[in-house]
Ligand binder design. Structure first.
Ligand SMILES: Cc1cc2nc3c(=O)[nH]c(=O)nc-3n(C[C@H](O)[C@H](O)[C@H](O)COP(=O)(O)OP(=O)(O)OC[C@H]3O[C@@H](n4cnc5c(N)ncnc54)[C@H](O)[C@@H]3O)c2cc1C
Length: 397
């Protein structure tokens, strides 16, 4: 069988790219090392912005609709803020990803599971060698996640793995406590470069902490303390696992010859929130569009993909990173403002919902944006501020 496109990895980035390319008329092969449904370390928070990108309804796999956030600072002085509508959705990755792959198959994608890719050779077309078979196509989209192989096999630099998160589940056979049915929890200020969370699902809650990678050793005790602060027993945590949050260096390549990278493989995780599902879907869509266009042109030029990614997601990632630096400078001030300022809560809700982006917010900030960017620059370049924020630039990268 001849394919127009091979997509490696069936997470949100790969399944979206495969589905959209097939819907555009391409013969698409989707390879994944796992068999669906498969789980993936993730909080399973899907914001409205991500859901809005998809041409179908996610309700079959939405387990909770969140309308409030329970905040705390280092597990202390908690308070809850409510929004008069939907803030975000909660799902389980095993269900979400299997659902997205089903949509891809319905669009005509051929799926091969338990088929880890082991080598990629470009010789005119691209030859992809996997466990059980060898496949050829003019183009490949690498969407194989944070620990994927496509970028490395193609000789591209890996994205920065500065941050890591761990998560696990606590089950409630009798039902999730009332308190958490429509409310998620965020604990801020305890781990530089990240935060702690509780995300409610159908019959369990997901608890986790994330932050700079060099702090990983402190994550388990912090997760236990957080769990206790939420009135839960850390001994009840099951399925505990961790994973990288790859963050792209500005300008890092996302194409190489006939290969396009999407999602975590391209390092598109939002530095401030740690979310990556939105960027995986958005970049999957872009990659599919540019792959389809390249198939129809004699030059197979993929530079448009890099340009669009840089234009659409680049400023968002840069602004998120600057806001993360600001937050790390003074978490208690930020949490106190959230407690007291309806205005700040309003803007945060607009960001969570996707009604606003970091970039539109920075534009609204006017001259303050300059201040934010200057403080961000200083926290990376001044030992005094860098040490205060715990930025990895000053702690062994
Ligand atoms: C603890 C944690 C919590 C998170 N919580 C959230 C959250 O609540 N909301 C959010 O938006 N983001 C969250 N993220 C980030 C989010 O999980 C990722 O950004 C997202 O999964 C990226 O999607 P992807 O399609 O690029 O890659 P993935 O979802 O990682 O999918 C990659 C796929 O490639 C396959 N694969 C890997 N190697 C190979 C190979 N060699 N051959 C074939 N297939 C291969 C894998 O089996 C997998 O199916 C979290 C991350 C972590 C670590």
């Amino acid at each position: 069988m001849k394919y127009d496109l091979i997509v490696v990895g069936g997470g949100p980035g790969g399944s979206t790219a495969a589905r959209e390319a097939a819907a555009g008329g391409a013969r698409v092969l989707l390879l994944d090392k796992a068999a669906f449904p498969r789980d993936k370390p993730c909080g399973g928070g899907v914001n409205l912005r991500s859901a809005r990108l998809l041409p179908f309804d996610l309700s079959p796999v939405v387990e909770r609709v969140i309308t409030g956030v329970h905040f705390s600072h280092r597990t202390r002085r908690p308070f809850t803020r409510r929004y008069p509508g939907v803030l975000t959705y909660m799902t389980q990755r095993a269900r979400l990803d299997a659902f997205l792959v089903e949509q891809a198959i319905a669009a005509g994608v051929e799926l091969r599971e338990r088929e880890p890719v082991r080598a990629i050779e470009t010789n005119g077309a691209v030859t992809v060698r996997a466990r059980a078979g060898t496949y050829t196509a003019p183009l490949v989209i690498g969407a194989d996640g944070a620990n994927g192989v496509t970028a490395r096999l193609a000789g591209m630099p890996a994205p920065r793995d500065l941050a890591v998160a761990i998560e696990g589940n606590i089950r409630f056979p009798g039902g999730v406590p009332e308190l958490w049915r429509e409310t998620l929890a965020l604990d801020l200020g305890d781990i530089p470069g990240g935060y702690g969370w509780l995300f409610p699902k159908g019959d369990h809650v997901n608890v986790g902490v994330g932050g700079w990678k060099y702090l990983t050793g402190s994550f388990r005790p912090k997760l236990d303390a957080l769990t206790r602060a939420y009135g839960l027993d850390p001994a009840a945590i099951t399925d505990l696992r961790g994973h990288h949050l790859p963050v792209r260096r500005p300008g890092a390549p996302v194409t190489h010859g006939r290969l396009l990278l999407a999602g975590d493989a391209a390092g598109l995780v939002d530095p401030l929130s740690g979310e990556g599902i939105y960027a995986a879907i958005a970049s999957g869509q872009m990659a599919a569009r540019h792959a389809l266009a390249a198939m129809d042109s004699p030059t197979l030029d993929l530079t448009g993909y890099a340009r669009e990614l840089e234009r659409v997601l680049g400023p968002e990632l840069a602004d998120s990173s600057a806001l993360q630096d600001i937050f790390n400078l003074m978490p208690p001030v930020y949490v106190e403002l959230l407690r007291r300022s309806p205005q700040l809560w309003h803007w945060l809700c607009r960001i969570i919902r996707g009604d606003e982006t970091y970039s539109t917010l920075m534009r609204r900030a006017g001259p303050f944006a300059l201040l934010i960017n200057s403080a961000s620059w200083l926290s990376r370049n001044s030992p005094l501020l860098g040490r205060r924020t715990g930025h990895p630039a000053w702690f062994g990268r």
